[in-house]
Design a protein around this ligand. Structure first.
Ligand code: ZN
Ligand code: ZN
Length: 387
């Protein structure tokens, strides 16, 4: 702990000067009326390209390997990811894998237990890069593109973050706007929205899938981070390529990965089964209700009745989940058997059986949906019970 107060001056100066240049510079350019509107479009486009390179590339592809993709996409992520000025993929991923593995402990590089500002930016001010050993990213270092980016991340960052927008904006006579708005201001935006995942998404929001750590789901942060705000789900199921799993969840990174898969550029998209996710949601609610039951001071008739209802619903849900598990297992083995058949005639009886299983599985999930509503109600009722 002797060096814990050391300041990383490179990071400190960068994280101070770039926002000042970006915000004050943009204000001055606007005051003097010398910004041209295509520059704003360029800044928006750069924000999206760099943002996706961090969320779809650095995070979901490289750090978690939640899908695979062709080298042109990887190269794109690596080049535009450099422009985020969040380090190389190897640096970002080693820290992020440690964050997941040691979350909320001293080994977590941006532990929220050390405070909101430490998790947001303080950890970068104190960062000692020489302490990284990269042992947890050996798999990523096998990729020559990743090694290339690691070696040249600073010149690549300068090229893609500052020189490229300056050159593009000079096409309509606004190189300064390109440098300041699509460069410095854009870097500041991408920085602080990424940082918000480590700070806001470990402090303000809902824990629908796991109570064991500080990560929360925060829909507002998802709007600014291309879907990364569903952080409680992500910490529980980091292998899933999605962060927002509901149809109405705003997760453009998930849609981008789906689009890449549709175009044949991404494969092996990893998804956690619906049954496992629902089971986990129920476990999270069960734990909170159980905590309330354990903490209750006075036994009274109304509480005893609620406990009885809780136990009954718990048992019925477990039975239903086991039934779904069995149905799904049978369904999978029927598909495997069907694949082994050589002729159409042999496959025919399987088709009818599979159809029947699909019907049973669908109605079991509908029933499970009803149970989930009961769980929501139970949770709300128990929430109002004083501890
Ligand atoms: Zn986290
Ligand atoms: Zn992650």
């Amino acid at each position: 702990m002797a060096n814990s107060h050391k300041i990383n001056w490179v990071n400190t100066l960068f994280l101070t000067l770039i926002p000042i240049i970006g915000i004050a510079g943009t204000a001055l350019l606007c005051v003097f009326g010398i910004v041209q509107w295509p520059t704003w479009i360029l800044a928006g486009a750069m924000t999206i390209l760099v943002g996706f390179s961090i969320t779809g590339g650095y995070h979901r592809l490289f750090s978690h390997r939640s899908y695979r993709c062709k080298w042109p996409v990887r190269l794109f992520y690596l080049l535009f990811g450099s422009a985020a000025f969040e380090g190389s993929v190897l640096e970002w991923s080693t820290d992020h894998r440690n964050h997941h593995r040691y979350v909320d402990t001293d080994e977590d590089p941006y532990s929220i237990k050390k405070g909101f500002w430490f998790a947001h930016i303080g950890w970068l001010i104190r960062l000692e890069p020489s302490k990284r050993d990269f042992s947890n990213v050996a798999d990523l270092a096998e990729d020559p593109l990743v090694r290339f980016q690691h070696k040249f991340v600073v010149p690549l960052g300068i090229l893609f973050a500052f020189l490229l927008p300056t050159a593009i904006a000079s096409l309509w006579g606004d190189p300064l706007g390109g440098l300041i708005i699509a460069g410095a201001l854009r870097v500041t935006f991408n920085h602080h929205t990424t940082f918000a995942i480590n700070s806001i998404c470990h402090m303000f929001g809902k824990k629908s899938y796991s109570n064991e750590q500080t990560a929360v789901d925060n829909w507002f942060t998802a709007l600014l981070t291309f879907g990364e705000g569903y952080h409680n789900f992500h910490h529980k199921f980091p292998i899933d390529y999605r962060n927002g799993i509901k149809a109405y969840h705003f997760d453009p990174t998930k849609w981008l990965i789906k689009l890449l898969a549709y175009l044949g550029l991404a494969t092996d998209l990893k998804v956690v089964s619906k049954r496992r996710i629902i089971r986990q949601q129920i476990i999270a609610k069960e734990q909170l209700i159980q905590e309330k039951i354990n903490k209750r001071q006075l036994a009274n008739a109304s509480i005893e009745y609620r406990i009885e209802v809780f136990e009954g619903v718990r048992q019925s849900t477990q039975q239903l989940l086991s039934k779904i598990e069995q149905l799904e297992q049978h369904y999978r083995s029927l598909i495997q058997n069907k694949m082994k058949c050589c002729s159409r005639k042999e496959r025919k009886p399987y088709r009818a059986q599979l159809k029947t299983y699909r019907k049973h599985i669908k109605s079991a999930y509908l029933e499970l949906g009803t149970y989930m509503n009961i769980w929501h109600q139970l949770y709300r009722q128990w929430h109002s019970v004083p501890a």
